[in-house]
Design a protein around this ligand. Structure first.
Ligand code: GDP
Ligand code: IMO
Ligand code: MG
Length: 436
């Protein structure tokens, strides 16, 4: 039973599935919410009685004063972005004082990470990933290269000064040689980050000890994923991915809580699919239906404002995502966005070189060869917005969800029928798990 006291909640596809809303709804049942991967490339939107919050680094749990928020060691932390987010939450009336903790082992994003990423993304002849330009990739590169600065090091002024001097020398030289970039000033950088370190210090602790202690004391812990399974550095549509472990395994390495302590895995999927940035997207829609979904679903990036690419539900990818995450429950968001679709195609299989298959290619050339095979379901043609009871959904909407459940192999735990906290259906079996 103790195992049930924790859950990983993550995006089933390429991010923006509505994790923020669902984490906020579920955090009512949890004492602690911990982010385990990514950084301020994430944009998690929560709407509470019409008031909108977009959280990038801070776990959505902090919107409930009784809930503790943790930024785990797997996150790359931009101190300026973190402090600005704390300031905004305080301006909105949330104290965020004794309820937010940052891992001393998290890696720090510094200005040269952004400089290198921006130069590489825009350099002629280089492959563009369409990143969020927050320095995420270069910060993880330094981590793996064992060249990074961790939060604990940021708090040590002499170590910080030496690190910034050495790193600026190296990064300025590389960026100038490769891209002709103007150098960054290490002196100014040290002053700015030493000041930020002082403001960050009260939040910093050994969060692995904190989380394991909380579980030992019988507290309920939720691990809040960022991005989505198909953006995972190992399992995603490489190289069009982010640089972290966005899948469920990342919750283990990204917080220091062992796998035996993870109770369940909840995948969040939209009733359709979106993607921001470059990369394969087998079910991408190329006609006016995409515009309908984009307009009704307000499919524009929460962080960068970029229009999101829209497509139909892709079951081979969802099954793959469920497999690599061990997903037990699915939450289906944005049902209301499809209210006006007369017909809804769902991709059930792929055809590759004339052969029907369910397997997901490992390389981009494999993705290019995919011909999606669709089953078309009937739309429901009436509003589902704000419905909170499953039985009140139109029959065709229920048929769509039941098809999705049967074909994906995971149980549907919740359905979201609007962006607000209250516009949510919780299925009876899932409600039992939550209250266990
Ligand atoms: P996240 O990154 O997974 O947290 O998702 P984002 O916040 O980036 O994007 C999801 C968007 O959809 C946000 O604007 C949410 O307010 C909105 N949203 C979430 N669930 C629903 C829903 O069921 N219906 C509608 N219409 N919007 C939703
Ligand atoms: P949330 O948590 C959607 C995408 C970027 C780009 C790729 C790499 O809100 O779901 P990066 O800056 O991480 O190096 O960019 O990953 N990406 C996201 N797309 N939602 C996100 O986060 C994303 N975080 C990164 O668009 O294609
Ligand atoms: Mg988002």
């Amino acid at each position: 039973m103790t195992q049930r006291r924790s859950a990983v909640i993550l995006g089933a596809q390429w991010g923006d599935e509505g994790k923020g809303k669902i984490v906020d709804v579920l955090s009512e049942h949890f004492d602690v919410v911990a982010r385990y991967a990514g950084g301020h490339n994430a944009g998690h939107t929560v709407i509470i009685s019409g008031k909108k919050f977009v959280l990038q680094l801070i776990p959505c749990g902090v919107l409930r004063p009784e809930c503790v928020g943790v930024i785990g060691n797997g996150v790359v932390l931009d101190p300026m972005a973190f402090l600005s987010e704390v300031r905004k939450l305080r301006e909105a009336g949330l104290p965020v004082n004794d309820q937010l903790f940052v891992s001393n082992r998290a890696q720090v994003i510094l200005p040269y990470h952004r400089m290198i990423e921006l130069a590489a993304e825009t350099a002629p002849g280089r492959m563009t990933i369409g990143t969020t330009r927050r320095g995420i990739g270069p910060a993880y590169e330094d981590k793996i290269h064992r060249n990074g600065l961790r939060v604990v090091d940021l708090l040590n002024p002499s170590l910080l000064r030496t690190h910034i001097n050495n790193a600026c020398h190296e990064k300025n030289t590389i960026a100038h040689a490769l891209f002709g970039t103007e150098p960054l000033d290490p002196k100014q950088m040290y002053e700015d980050y030493a000041r930020a370190a002082e403001q960050l210090a009260p939040f910093v602790t050994d969060t692995a000890a904190l989380l394991n202690g909380a579980l030992r004391d019988g507290k309920r812990v939720m691990f809040e994923g960022a991005q989505g399974a198909l953006l995972d550095i190992d399992h995603g549509t490489y190289p069009f991915v982010t640089s972290s472990s966005a899948t469920a395994g990342g919750a283990v390495t990204g917080t220091g809580v062992g796998p035996t302590r993870i109770g369940t895995v909840i995948g969040v999927t939209k009733a359709y699919v979106t993607r921001v940035g470059e990369g394969p997207f087998p079910t991408e829609i190329n006609d006016s239906s995409a515009e309908l979904l984009r307009a009704r679903g307000q499919e524009y990036g929460a962080v960068t404002g970029r229009p999101r690419r829209c497509g139909w539900l892709d079951l081979p990818l969802l099954r793959y995502s469920n497999m690599i995450n061990g997903t037990e429950w699915l939450v289906v968001t944005k049902m209301d966005v499809m209210d006006e679709c007369a017909e809804i195609p769902v991709c059930t299989h792929y055809k590759i070189n004339g052969k029907l298959t369910d397997s997901v290619p490992a390389d981009i050339r494999g993705f290019d060869a995919i011909e999606p095979v669709y089953t078309t379901l009937t739309g429901w043609g009436s509003s589902t917005e704000g419905i909170t009871a499953y039985d009140e959904l139109p029959a065709a909407a229920r048929a769509y969800l039941e098809f999705l459940e049967r074909e994906s192999g995971a149980k549907i735990g919740m359905v979201s029928t609007g962006p607000d906290r209250d516009q949510t259906i919780t299925m009876p079996g899932f409600a039992e798990v939550l209250s266990a």
